[in-house]
Design a protein around this ligand. Structure first.
Ligand code: HEM
Length: 122
């Protein structure tokens, strides 16, 4: 079960960032209102991303106590969501600032996931 959940989790991560990029360029930049599909799907994908993440952590026995990288990832996830909201709903310049920060935060989360080290760049 572990490889299946881990690969599903990583695949959901890819879908999540692709949807975010599409939504930003198609709706935030052009100031159009997304249809139902693009309003609802990202929430479903992100919820599944969270659920599969928790499942993999449970299977392997990673806890917040024994895996600082996991704690970092979850904190960074809140930043990703917050910057994402700024990118989609912020005013003027705040949109692209939110977009850049959300994209960078996502890259950081992936790097932390792969290295299992929150300070991999040091
Ligand atoms: C934007 C959010 C997230 C992204 C982009 C993301 C990305 C990834 C990626 C790419 C991997 C695979 C790493 C590898 O191949 O070694 C991974 C693994 C993992 N993620 Fe996430 N993740 C996210 C959120 C979460 C959350 C919320 C949790 C837990 C609550 C979580 C828990 C885990 C665990 C336990 C692993 C497996 C580590 C292993 O056994 O190698 N992730 N994540």
């Amino acid at each position: 079960m572990y490889p299946a959940f881990k690969h599903t989790h990583a695949l959901l991560a890819v879908i999540s960032i692709l949807l975010f990029q599409y939504r930003y360029w198609a709706f935030a930049v052009k100031v159009r209102t997304p249809g139902k599909l693009f309003k609802i799907t990202p929430h479903i994908i992100d919820t599944l991303l969270l659920v599969t993440g928790i499942t993999v952590a449970y299977i392997v026995g990673f806890t917040l106590g024994n895996s600082p990288w996991l704690t970092t990832k979850i904190v960074a996830l809140f930043f990703y969501v917050g910057f994402g909201v700024l990118a989609m709903r912020g005013r003027g310049q705040m949109r692209w600032i939110g977009y850049i920060l959300a994209t960078l935060t996502f890259a950081y989360i992936v790097a932390v996931a792969v290295t299992k080290n929150p300070t991999f760049f040091l």
